[in-house]
Ligand binder design. Structure first.
Ligand code: NAD
Length: 472
């Protein structure tokens, strides 16, 4: 843990083991934080806030650029730690660090952003709105992209003049602690704090702490809902990036040579553990047979294994219970009439580690959990559709609304999908894209608020209206 610029020693403290999901071996341990640690971190962030918010934009901008440089200097070390604690292949972790570097670079410029607007008013009146940092914020992060999702919050928050307390996932705290160590001597004490431990023991106290004025959260819908109700009771702002059940629609004109690898990428990156992983695939009926043949062929060739091994394309799931959930979704669907075309179990020879085969399933009833709940695993359920209206209706038949992918170059088809899909992000011919300068977030049970781009920065500011009459 890092509180007020100093590392909190684990000597004499309860600790949490960090386990490599590819080997089941313990690779480290971190302090099991308590509510008192969360309180100390919130206090440090609150004490540092008055000076940080008034620091010159040039200073904040330079500090953020320096963080980007230090991330770049430690890219290999951070990627190795992510491979070991998170499990995805090394090059995917390098891309994650690159995204974080880009985020700190991009948001460094936002330290210079205008502070508000002057409004039209009668003579002798100056009426204006100041955009001010909301205050100390809690950044609560899941395990699937620990550094990138932390950077999406911390970079804009620091640029806006907020101080932060980061709460990494209990599964993946090591890379975040290395990040804190790498930047610690460079930021004023208390500006960036990291508390490790369970959500119930440090996350929840942070949400309730009166000094914390905004909660930027990425994680499951269940936790997000809990945070939203606590935050509402205390009139705090939230940014909630939650779960998804993303559809992918393959139009009648699609080219299967590009569609098949695109679907495999969209559904299997990080073993299907991305918030915008494709979890339902709808294919124009005339293409269905050929598509399935090519997809099964492609998926059978995917190299599954330890992310540390060169050549691995897909790593393990994060935990044993995650693999159990994926298996249950598939088994239940099969019991209800679905057919597994490939996969559906533990890959041969990979009994150690929480691996699951890349899997293609058809004939899944719409009521199955595999089509209704977030599976968060490497499973591709495929179905045909007869019309664009049917594709859109089935895509929208979910409680979630995070992303959707459309593979087509028919402008009419694509336009109908863009207009009809009830999601926060539509990816046309390029799945799983989240561009730093755009906006990202979900509708329905996938969350509230937006990260990235200008919206992701303004989430950390609020307006103060000033009406000033000159009486002399
Ligand atoms: P999770 O909700 O279990 O945990 C996320 C974080 O919240 C962890 O740091 C955890 O310790 C903390 N937490 C747990 N209970 C808490 C509480 N009561 N109060 C405060 N903090 C608490 O989620 P996870 O399993 O780590 O992550 C997977 C989920 O994240 C999936 O549902 C996935 O779709 C979602 N996700 C969403 C996005 C997005 O941008 N929409 C991105 C990545 C992941």
């Amino acid at each position: 843990m890092w509180i007020n610029g100093a590392e909190v020693s684990s000597a004499g403290r309860d600790t949490l083991a960090v386990v490599n999901p590819a080997t089941e071996e313990q690779i480290g341990s971190v302090v099991r934080g308590t509510p008192a640690d969360a309180e100390a971190a919130a206090r440090a962030a609150a004490d540092a806030f008055p000076r940080w918010r008034r620091s010159a934009p040039a200073i904040r901008a330079a500090l953020l650029r320096e963080i980007a440089d230090r991330l770049a200097a430690h890219r290999a070390e951070l990627a190795d730690l992510l491979v070991a604690e998170q499990g995805k292949p090394r090059r995917d972790n390098e891309s994650e660090i690159d995204s974080a570097i880009e985020l700190f670079t991009y948001y460094s410029g936002f330290a210079w952003r205008d502070r508000g607007a002057v409004n039209p008013a009668e003579d002798k009146v100056l009426d204006f709105v100041l955009r001010e940092p909301v205050g100390p914020v809690a950044c609560i992060v899941p395990w699937n992209f620990p550094i990138m999702l932390m950077a999406r919050k911390v970079a804009p928050a620091l640029a806006a003049g907020c101080t932060v307390v980061v709460k990494p996932s209990e599964e993946t705290p090591l890379a975040t602690l290395l990040f804190a160590r790498v930047v610690a001597d460079h930021l004023p004490p208390g500006v960036l704090n990291v508390v490790t431990g369970y959500g119930s023991e440090v996350g929840e106290p942070l949400v309730h702490d009166p000094r914390i004025r905004h909660i930027a959260f990425t994680g499951s819908t269940a936790t997000g809902r809990r945070i939203a109700s606590s935050a509402a009771a205390a009139m705090k702002g939230t940014t909630l990036e939650l779960g998804g059940k993303d559809p992918l629609i393959i139009g009648p004109d699609a080219d299967l040579e590009t569609a098949v690898p695109a679907v495999a990428f969209a559904g299997l990156l990080n073993a299907g553990q991305c918030c915008t992983s494709t979890e339902r695939i709808y294919v124009a009926q005339p293409l269905l047979k050929d598509f399935l043949e090519a997809l099964v062929d492609h998926v059978r060739g995917i190299d599954v294994g330890d992310g540390a091994r060169a050549g691995t394309v897909m790593g393990p799931l994060i935990r044993e219970d995650a693999r159990r959930r994926v298996g249950e979704h598939v088994t239940e669907a099969v019991a209800a009439g679905a057919k597994v075309l490939t996969g559906g179990g533990v890959p041969p020879g990979l009994d150690r580690g929480w691996f699951y085969e890349p899997t293609v399933v058809v004939d899944v009833p719409d009521s199955a959990r595999l089509l209704r709940e977030e599976t968060f695993g490497p499973v591709l359920p495929v179905a045909g559709f007869a019309s664009v209206d049917e594709a859109i209706a089935r895509a929208n038949d979910t409680a979630y609304g995070l992303g959707a992918t459309v593979l087509s170059n028919d402008p009419g088809f694509v336009k109908r999908c863009i207009d009809g899909l009830d999601v926060g992000n539509v990816f046309v011919n390029d799945p799983l894209t989240a561009a730093t300068a755009t906006t990202f977030g979900g509708t329905k049970m996938s969350g509230m608020g937006r990260e990235l781009g200008v919206e992701g920065f303004e989430a950390f500011r609020e307006s103060k209206h000033v009406h000033w009459m000159f009486t002399r």
